[in-house]
Design a protein. Sequence first.
Length: 154
Amino acid sequence: MIPAPAKTEPDVADLIASECLGYRIRLLSRTLSGIYDTALRPLGLTAGQLNILVAIAKLGPVSSSEVSKRLSMEKSTVSRNLDRMKSHGWIKATPGATGNTHLLSVSPVGHRLLGKALPLWKEAQFEAKTLLGQRGAKSIQQAADSISARRSRT
């Protein structure tokens, strides 16, 4: 059997450029994050910080490692954001069961921030759904829900 000729560099680039899901997801992520970041900027809040705040509100009191796991975020990224969020008074940390663990919860200031964020988030959500179209938005939500369900079983 004669081996297939090796793909040339332009062929490889064409293949990856035309089919890469990673590229497309990163493009979507940067575009959508930009929409939410712009909307939340008047509050001094980023989309990532809002996600962390919501996760803590839903799960809390919770450890930072559990937040990282649930949001599929690097621990260092979560830690950096938590430091900023603590300095703003949005979250509080209390000692956990073991000496080196802290449990996070949303402070009263953080709860007020969530209330202020809601109308801005709704505007960003509308803009994102308009950009994606109903089918695109639903596809993203279904894909994310499916991944979340699979991850929670492991």
